[in-house]
Design a protein around this ligand. Structure first.
Ligand code: 9MR
Length: 261
């Protein structure tokens, strides 16, 4: 409450959490977070409406037009339920493959047809016209990476064809194998130049002390240098609650004390 003016549910808005049985929606855990945030004047980032992962069992077992319909129904129902309360939605999460291919990630959603992403965005816009609609991914921080270029080309195509997209989320999970790239500011400004906002959505940087603090400072300065970089979300508050707890990647230690970063 003291340090943040925006909150993202780490797991509570995922598909398995909000639609555990087909057409039976459960919003209790997400509502607690949303109500806490809005009651204190914080913004909420919604995460996430369509994703190959964290699908409930019933959805994992679906394919083709039935899955396409179920996915669009999910997007519509959840975005409608939270209409007016979400600043930005991660409409589609992690739809591109890693590595040098620049291809879409294979998934049951991708196999419903290449237009599944734009279909999800159109459904989200219809359900909540006031929310900013984002495409969110990881390993899209280095401007030279094929995956970054592939997402860039999709966003450019969407803007050209009038597909409703307002923002790109860069997850920005950094560690020694995937370090903060020196061209990060170029990535932010290049996406912004397409006419979308850029948001840093899941920031964590493994390390400690001065080097970790320097990396955090670089990320923040890059965002501040790009007018359309409109938010920085860290993926957790205390190190001990991080999905990468052993890497102590966050801003507060296990006792909730501020680190140099
Ligand atoms: O931090 C999340 C962790 O608690 C969950 O077990 C995991 C699986 O749903 O998801 C983690 O969050 C992921 C996010 O939703 C998407 N980008 C990668 C994040 C780290 O895995």
């Amino acid at each position: 409450n003291r340090e943040f003016n925006s909150v993202t549910p780490e797991n509570e808005m995922k598909i398995d959490a909000t639609e555990p049985q087909q057409n039976q929606f459960t919003f209790g855990n997400a509502d607690r977070i949303v109500n806490h945030a809005l009651g204190r004047g914080m913004k909420v980032r919604g995460h996430t409406l369509a994703w190959h992962s964290q699908q409930p069992g019933w959805m994992q077992n679906m394919s083709g037009s039935a899955l396409r319909s179920a996915m669009l129904n999910h997007v519509t129902r959840v975005a409608t339920y939270y209409r007016g309360k979400i600043d930005s939605w991660d409409v589609v999460n992690e739809a591109f493959a890693d590595g040098s291919s620049g291809a879409r990630r294979d998934s049951n959603l991708q196999r419903t047809g290449n237009d599944w992403i734009e279909a999800a965005f159109r459904a989200a816009r219809a359900a909540d016209p006031g929310a900013k609609l984002c495409y969110n991914d990881y390993n899209t921080d280095d401007w030279t990476h094929a995956k970054t270029q592939a997402v860039y080309n999709m966003v450019r195509d969407f803007k050209t064809r009038g597909v409703p997209i307002d923002c790109v989320g860069l997850q920005s999970h950094f560690n020694s194998g995937s370090p903060y790239p020196g061209n990060y500011r170029t990535t932010l400004s290049s996406f912004a130049a397409l006419g979308v906002d850029v948001q840093i959505t899941e920031l964590d940087i493994e390390g400690s002390g001065t080097s970790q603090a320097t990396a955090y400072r670089n990320v923040v300065n890059d965002c501040l240098a790009v007018a359309r970089c409109t938010g920085i979300t860290v993926w957790g508050i205390r190190d001990t609650d991080s999905w990468r707890a052993s890497g102590t990647p966050l801003l507060f230690d296990g006792n909730g004390n501020k680190k140099p970063a």
